[in-house]
Write a protein that binds this ligand. Structure first.
Ligand code: HEC
Length: 126
């Protein structure tokens, strides 16, 4: 059928575009499970520090700027502003982005885990 042929072409085009996009949109519900790996060290409540700083309001903020948290010099001097891209790179391998960070976490190898986690964090850290 002619119309379905056009429709499948459109779908194929959309998929091609989506896969070319820098980052796939994540699934926040799945990301909540990934966040369990961060929970021991990070609260999502503003002002509540654990081993790591609170992640409340993290997107759009400059790295190392939660008041009252003692960051490594490396984190403070990184100048990173947290957005989808910088967060994705950092979470893939924290020590590759900031070699002297004190964050004792090896990283999330799976791109899907990172995308889902970032989707969750965006909702949960507003
Ligand atoms: C073992 C404890 C620990 C775990 C697990 C951990 N972090 Fe961290 N995180 C830290 C510490 C400590 C810092 C501060 C690092 C520094 O100053 O160099 C930090 C810093 C950060 C920062 C920068 C914060 C800022 O204010 O600029 C982000 C973002 C972050 N962590 C996200 C995560 C996420 C997401 C996870 C889970 C995938 C995670 N961390 C797992 C301890 C941890």
């Amino acid at each position: 059928m002619k119309t379905s042929g056009i429709a499948s072409l459109l779908v194929a085009g959309a998929l091609a575009l989506a896969s070319q996009g820098a980052l796939a949109a994540g699934d926040a519900a799945k990301g909540e499970k990934v966040y369990k790996k961060c929970k021991a060290c990070h609260s999502l409540e503003a002002g509540k520090k654990k081993v790591g700083p609170s992640l409340a309001g993290i997107f759009g903020r400059t790295a190392g700027t939660v008041e009252g948290f003692k960051y490594s010099k490396a984190m403070v001097e990184s100048g990173i502003v947290w957005d989808d891209k910088t967060m994705d790179e950092f979470l893939a391998k924290p020590k590759k982005v900031i070699p002297k960070t004190r964050m004792g976490f090896p990283g999330l190898k799976k791109e899907a885990d990172r995308a889902n986690l970032i989707a969750y964090m965006k909702e949960a850290t507003k």
